[in-house]
Design a protein around this ligand. Structure first.
Ligand code: AMP
Ligand code: MG
Length: 417
């Protein structure tokens, strides 16, 4: 007797574990983009394609960490106030031009080079002045408030390695060693399609039975955020000839093609067939929910990432499957986003053998720890549930149930941008 299924994931055939698919791909995929020279101002978010070695120490000179008085520690009375004449003034950007002398104090400002010999700086707030003298209380430590040359970066040190996705602090570090230009990976050229006869462009009339295209806007935005040069190739109808022609044409001038919809086994799902006809399909069913049908393959020389149609599945598979592939293609060093242990505030049942992602919002528990509150709506089409969540709880393949109070692994959306 035939049995009706209420689980759209329950159908036969081998499912591939997410990690296995990713490690297989990791062996096959390397950077596809060449390199180019770019200015420091254009480097944010780009992938560094060189190893950067510091040509000198940063800071280049010992300097004062505060506004105050530079002295010889050995001139200070360990038991009471010390009176020293203030003989010179060294603002930032100037040098005293001579070594410090025993028995004197020099007025010095934050960042100003320490005159040779002096080893300690008193904060001005801790001292009193009297005419041309400074009165220094006991109790300061030798070497206080003195920043050493090279304490940030040593000459010859590798400060950034090839494959780094450059962050604002990286750009600052490069500036601090005087760099103006860098060798970077050329941006990955990505083409994005939606598929589906029901899918309409926002702004166009919405005929009965149709929906507006959310996925393409999700994907274009997510790809841009990763630093890809994105071409928007619109919406494809559910016709295998059209899908084939569009994929073949886009494969000629893109590094990667990203589609959504049309990758299930239905009669109206033509991405899989089109990829088989125009290129090669590596795998197309992953043990992941939401998401399962994910097509990974190649069309011409372009990589093909065929994501599911439901918007939540698009986002989850983009973050967990497409993103690591794209980063590899871009030449980025492997970057596994960290998962954070939090307490589940929900009960949940799942099938063994597939990885599931639960949309959650974080809340502060009574003990001050973070708890994960499950979004009340679970459907893979409920895009607002993503908007109302902070991230995903990742439930591993072997797990079958979550009980409230259990520790689960939380992936913030901010870690997969
Ligand atoms: P499919 O995998 O093509 O059967 O699509 C699965 C579900 O996702 C269907 O309900 C589609 O209408 C929906 N869907 C497909 N493409 C999009 C899109 N671009 N934006 C929003 N929903 C979509
Ligand atoms: Mg469809």
């Amino acid at each position: 007797m035939a049995q009706l299924s209420d689980d759209c994931f329950a159908f036969g055939g081998e499912l591939m574990a997410v990690d296995r698919a990713l490690s297989l791909l990791a062996e096959r995929i390397g950077p596809v983009t060449g390199t180019e020279r770019a200015g420091l101002g254009d480097a944010l978010g780009r992938i560094l394609a060189e190893e950067v070695v510091a040509p000198f120490d940063v800071p280049p000179h010992d300097n004062s960490a505060v506004d105050g008085y530079a002295v010889f520690f050995d001139d200070l009375d360990p038991a009471g106030d010390t009176r020293l004449p203030v003989t010179a003034r060294v603002p930032a950007g100037r040098a005293l031009g001579r070594p410090g002398r025993r028995g004197e104090a020099v007025r010095i400002f934050t960042g100003a080079p320490m005159p040779e010999g002096f080893d300690t700086v008193l904060m001005q707030e801790d001292c009193r002045t009297d005419g041309g003298d400074v009165l220094i209380p006991a109790g300061i430590k030798r070497g206080a408030n003195r920043r050493k040359a090279g304490e940030d970066i040593r000459e010859g040190q590798v400060i950034l390695t090839s494959g780094r996705r450059l962050r604002p602090e990286d750009i600052g570090l490069l500036a601090s060693i005087g760099r103006t230009a860098l060798e970077l990976r050329r941006p990955l050229r990505a083409a994005v399609f939606s598929t589906g006869d029901e899918v309409r462009e926002p702004g166009a009339p919405l005929e009965p039975g149709c929906i507006y295209d959310a996925n393409r806007y999700v994907l274009i935005s997510a790809l841009r955020q990763l630093g890809c040069a994105v071409t928007d190739l619109g919406i494809l109808p559910d016709r295998v000839e059209d899908v084939r022609a569009a994929l073949a044409s886009a494969s000629r001038d893109h590094d990667v093609l990203v589609t959504s919809g049309g990758v299930s086994t239905g009669e109206e799902d033509h991405v899989k067939g089109a990829v088989e006809a125009e290129g090669a399909l590596h795998f197309w069913r992953l043990a992941i929910k939401p998401g399962r049908p994910v097509a990974l393959g190649r069309v011409g020389t372009a990589a093909l990432i065929g994501l599911p149609g439901n918007p939540v599945a698009v986002l989850v598979t983009f973050q967990r499957v497409a993103r690591p592939i794209l980063l590899r293609l871009m030449g980025a060093a492997a970057d596994e986003p960290p998962l954070f242990p939090v307490r589940a505030e929900f009960a949940y049942k799942k099938k063994a053998g597939r990885r599931e992602y639960v949309r959650v919002r974080l809340s502060r528990g009574a003990d001050g720890g973070l708890t994960a509150v499950k979004h009340p709506r679970e459907g893979a089409g409920i895009l607002s549930s993503m908007v109302e969540s902070d991230g995903l709880v990742e439930l591993p393949e072997e797990l079958t149930r979550v009980e409230p109070g259990m520790t689960v692994q939380f992936l913030p959306f901010s870690e997969v941008r």
